[in-house]
Design a protein around this ligand. Structure first.
Ligand code: PMT
Length: 402
């Protein structure tokens, strides 16, 4: 299950044209498994219908301090929340919250909660740049309220400028970040991603089908939990958000060199890359011409990067391998775990539909040196990454130095 599964989120919607985007935010949060309780201000009702938000949220919209069943609704929602989100937040709401004024259900909820609060302002550029709004937001930030700044773009009435509500994707990503445990704060995690390419000549390579998606998902998960991530990568995917340092490589030798330079100072090393097992003994410097007939390509074994890491593993470091198998999944994975001196190995049966190379999904069994195997059925690669990082964190000694 994802970060948001089972989380109780209050979404406060105030009166601005961007209120329509709150509907999409609400839908995404519910789809991700959160329990969403919506509050609308009177102003919001000028822009979207209560029934729209009620239909998509986990419970009906509330907006009054007085006509709810509970005698104390103003504290109930705030006290039970894991997070309170206000999107869009008008200048009025921001001012009332900064001043500690509780004049409606939303401001009362904001004052009654101890949960993290994420405020997503949206207003015209002149209002956004007004010193009063600026000061009020500074006050909220000082008190620990999180603010997702508006974007520049088209505003109501045809104006263009800064003040447009952040996108629903950005809002949901910010909510996820706030609800993700920062259990890797201060830790360094090395992740390898993608398939190595071993040159045959100036234009041809021996490659494999790895897209790098699983490795990048692991890097994104570790970074979202506060780690400094060194991502040794053979592919050119968007760099995950957070403290991620990409080290581009192409061949197994380059990957080994990059891994060897960084691994000793890492708390966790996760080898998700598909490293070629064989490479041509020599690579022709030019393009091999086809008129001389099919060339004889002599192969040699590449270095086993993971086995070498296992042989020199610093005390306290958690070493994680992946195993791409097509038969005897658990027995093969278990043998690799022991042979390469790993703490965990993530076994995927890449002969199964939707599993392994190139797909957006994967299904794995995480084999542990100590403990029963953990199975994660077919899921998004980020979900798999979460389970892998959870398993690594569970055996990471507190304050361990690699
Ligand atoms: O990149 P995607 O398209 O998202 O696909 C994900 C994946 C299928 C590549 C990934 O889930 C995966 O299984 N990665 C490991 C693939 C692999 O090389 O498996 P292996 O069983 O051959 O190797 C076992 C382990 O040894 C791996 O951690 C590998 O990185 C490492 N190894 C292998 C050979 C070698 N010379 N050096 C190594 O370090």
């Amino acid at each position: 299950m994802g970060t948001l599964a089972g989380k109780r989120i209050v979404i406060g919607v105030t009166g601005g044209i961007a209120a329509y985007k709150a509907v999409e935010v609400c839908r995404r949060l519910v789809d991700a498994g959160a329990h969403v309780s919506p509050i609308m201000t009177k102003g919001a009702e000028h822009f979207i219908g209560r029934s729209t938000l009620s239909a998509l949220a986990s419970e009906p919209v509330q907006s009054s301090l007085w006509d709810e069943e509970s005698p104390i609704p103003h504290t109930r929602l705030g006290q039970g929340a894991d997070l309170v989100l206000v999107a869009p937040a008008t200048a009025r709401l921001i001012g009332a919250y900064a001043a500690g004024i509780s004049s409606d259900l939303l401001t009362a909820t904001l004052l009654a909660t101890r949960a993290p609060v994420l405020v997503c302002p949206a207003m015209h550029t002149e209002m956004w740049e007004h010193p009063a709004v600026h000061d009020n937001l500074a006050t909220l930030r000082r008190r620990g309220v999180h603010v997702l700044e508006p974007e520049a773009g088209r505003l109501a009435g045809g104006d263009v400028g800064r003040g447009r509500l952040a996108s629903p994707e950005a809002i949901v990503a910010a909510v996820e970040r706030l609800l993700t445990p920062a259990d890797l704060h201060g830790r360094t995690v090395l992740v390898t991603a993608g398939g190595t390419r071993e040159p045959i000549d100036a234009v041809r390579v021996i490659a494999n089908r790895s897209s790098g998606k699983q490795g990048y998902a692991v890097a994104a998960e570790a970074a979202s939990r506060g780690a400094h991530v060194v991502l040794v990568s053979t592919v050119d995917l968007p760099v995950p958000a957070g403290d991620v340092q990409v080290v581009p490589v192409e061949t197994a030798a380059q990957m080994q060199d990059a891994v060897d330079r960084h691994a000793a100072s890492c708390n966790i090393v996760i080898m998700a890359a598909a490293v070629a097992d064989f490479r041509p003994v020599t690579a022709a410097s030019g393009k091999i011409k086809k008129d001389s007939g099919a060339p004889q390509i002599v192969l040699e074994a590449t270095p086993d990067i993971l086995a070498s890491l296992g042989a020199h593993k610093p005390a306290g470091q958690v070493l994680v391998g992946f195993a791409a198998e097509t038969s005897d999944l658990l027995a093969n994975a278990q043998a690799k775990l022991l042979r390469k001196n790993l703490d965990l190995i993530v076994a995927n049966d890449v002969s199964q539909p939707g599993v392994g190379f190139h797909h957006d999904t994967n299904a794995v069994t995480i084999v542990r040196r100590h403990g029963e195997p953990l199975t994660v059925s077919l899921s998004d690669k980020r979900e798999i990454a979460r389970a892998v990082v959870d398993a690594a964190v569970a055996i990471l000694a507190p304050h361990s130095e690699p």
